[in-house]
Design a protein around this ligand. Structure first.
Ligand SMILES: Cc1ncc(COP(=O)(O)O)c(C=O)c1O
Length: 430
């Protein structure tokens, strides 16, 4: 830990026992996806794998036009540069690190319009990812609809603890945005998991398949970007899809500058084939259920032991409430980062911080942003670990929790300018 600056992003993977750093690019591909890797058409232009991919994305998400990118942030970059102008405001249901940075680098200001319940880890609202329409409307009235290029809507809101958006909320959001002529773009990265919660919790959806619900949800939005490394069960890949042909024209032109030709966007042909197959596998109802229920299995073990976590348990990860666990530490002693380090030291289980370090600094004042949520994330890769691994993780968290009163915080001794959580270094406070 000392060598890695108390930052689990700086560990070598060979020094990790159970790796819950992220569910991004860490899922296991199926036999069918691996077979697809053998069918790579590596032509520079017009690869047949691209057309399979385009068709799969269109089939399941329903948008008209498709642009491949190397991963999610490549798509965020293109969309932000294409539609945000300096002075614009971009409302969203809680920030995400790379998404907000791209919005800011294009000259926009992110404004959080998620419902208040999302900022309270103990609140049991079933759809804590919902947009607060009153907050959004008052922003529109304050800055004017012309200064809002789009609403940045995310499914299974990562920074809120993997919390879903309801169908009723996206439908109402569409109505509001139509009144003001504002577009809605969806971060569809974990939308399949969001759909599972709609199927489970929202009236009228229990008998509809994940695939059907997914398409209905997307129909209320104008386009989406995707980090395919999550829901889509591949190690690398992403895309962007929109309904507007002029915007598509711009994006398809920009992709050749930053990603690669518009028929590969930074991916190899074989990767596009595995991704096309992964999209179809990702909406399999039994798969989504077992994935989300494995996360819930771990969450329930911790709840039963009285360990504070974000509830309801989210779709892709269990989030430990470091503020409550280390209530004796101030937020600038990095309680969630401290918890990450302690769990690794106990058992070799790797997690990551989603609190003050991830939130970064306010671009105007230069001070830390102090998010209400100070969380340690245990993200579970898909189709990789067994329930027995979850038992080991739960016991590690319990051991660290039991020793919480003796734990001291950390000081940041190296801070990179952008997305500091990836590379920052810390030392224990003595
Ligand atoms: C919600 C969300 N959006 C966007 C991204 C960015 O995607 P990528 O890591 O593929 O660049 C991620 C992953 O880190 C994410 O979790």
């Amino acid at each position: 830990m000392a060598e890695a600056g108390y930052n689990t992003f700086l560990l070598r993977s060979e020094d990790v026992y159970i790796d819950l750093l992220t569910d991004s690019g860490t899922s296991a591909m199926s036999d069918r996806q691996w077979a697809g890797m053998m069918l790579g058409d590596e032509a520079y232009a017009g690869s047949r794998n691209f057309y399979h991919l385009e068709e799969a994305a269109r089939n399941y998400y329903g948008y008209r036009y498709f642009v491949p990118t190397h991963q999610g942030r490549g798509a965020e970059h293109l969309l932000s540069q294409a539609v945000i102008k300096p002075g614009h405001y971009v409302p969203g249901n809680m920030y995400f690190t790379t998404t907000r940075l791209h919005q800011e680098m294009a000259g926009g200001t992110f404004v959080d319009v998620i419902i208040d319940e999302a900022h309270d880890p103990a609140n049991l609202h079933p759809f804590k990812g919902n947009v607060d329409l009153d907050k959004l409307e008052s922003l529109i009235k304050r800055v004017g609809a012309n200064n809002i290029p789009y609403v940045s809507l995310a499914g299974t809101v990562n920074m809120a603890g993997g919390q879903p958006v309801s169908m009723a909320n996206v439908r109402a959001l569409r109505e509001l945005c139509d009144r003001y002529g504002i577009r809605i773009y969806l971060d569809a990265t974990r939308m399949v998991e969001n759909v599972f919660f709609i199927q489970e919790r929202e009236k009228g959806y229990a008998d509809k398949s994940v695939a059907v619900i997914l398409k209905e949800f997307c129909s209320f939005t104008d386009g989406a970007w995707m980090s395919a490394k999550k829901d889509h069960l591949v190690n690398i890949g992403g895309w962007l899809a929109v309904n507007d042909s002029d915007l598509f024209d711009t994006l398809r032109n920009m992709v050749v500058i930053y990603e690669g030709l518009h028929t590969y966007g930074g991916m190899a042909g074989r990767d596009m084939e595995a991704l096309a197959i992964g999209i179809a596998e990702s909406v399999n109802d039994a798969h989504v259920r077992s994935r989300v229920e494995q996360v819930r299995y771990l969450g329930d073990l911790l709840i039963n032991w009285g360990i504070p976590i974000v509830q309801p348990v989210g779709g892709h990860a269990v989030f430990l409430d470091a503020k409550r666990i280390y209530s004796h530490l101030s937020q600038d002693q990095f309680p969630a980062q401290t918890l990450v380090a302690e769990i690794y030291l106990d058992s070799g289980v790797r997690s990551m911080e989603r609190g003050i370090v991830s939130a970064g600094r306010d671009s105007e004042t230069g001070d830390h942003r102090y998010p209400a949520l100070e969380l340690t994330r245990l993200a579970i890769p898909r189709r990789v670990y067994t329930q027995a691994h979850m038992d080991v993780v739960a016991e590690a968290v319990k051991a660290v929790y039991d020793a919480r009163k003796q734990t001291r915080g950390l000081a940041m001794v190296y801070e990179p300018k952008y997305l500091r959580f990836f590379q920052a270094r810390f030392e224990p406070i003595t």
